[in-house]
Design a protein around this ligand. Sequence first.
Ligand code: URA
Length: 196
Amino acid sequence: MITEQLKKIEDEVLACTKCSLYQGRHRVVFGSGNQHAPVFIVGEAPGFEEDKTGVAFVGKSGQLLEKILLACNFSRQKEVYMGNVVKCRPPQNRTPTTAEQAACLPYLERQIEIIQPKIIILLGSTALKAFFGASSRITRERGHWQNWFQYPVMPTYHPSALLRNPGLKKEAWEDFKKVIVKYRELVDSQHYCKYI
Ligand code: URA
């Protein structure tokens, strides 16, 4: 059932011409991971590798994210589904415009509605602003639980920011530790993580 519902949205995205990003893309990056995942991770937009493969978070940022998830004892096969605010790669990896985001966001919202995660993680400023408005600030709001409709949301730094500025990794890890605590509260009290 979930598979068919997501497939319907994916078919719409594949045919989407609501903004100009479809013109330059090689692959739509619809989202990847477990369709029954309790944790939904939201990024910004596909990069070069994602555009080539059609899979979210497989480039350098994705590899760092994978390491963080491993430290949390989370995997795409089980606990996590990943998607982006926009599903087609912006040229030169520029930030998607607000119009592009507005055109694409309803697809992501529908994915979330279908998957019904227990926790949402927003990676970086673009995802945070897309959910909570332009006046949001990632430096101010990261690490603090927010509500988006019924969903608890944890904003944190985008892994690309951590690659540019490794000094931020410590704070990002504090945020992910809060996610593990919430995961134990809401999903699995026995969830093992060797760090906390
Ligand atoms: N950065 C993102 O925000 N999303 C991806 O899928 C890859 C890199």
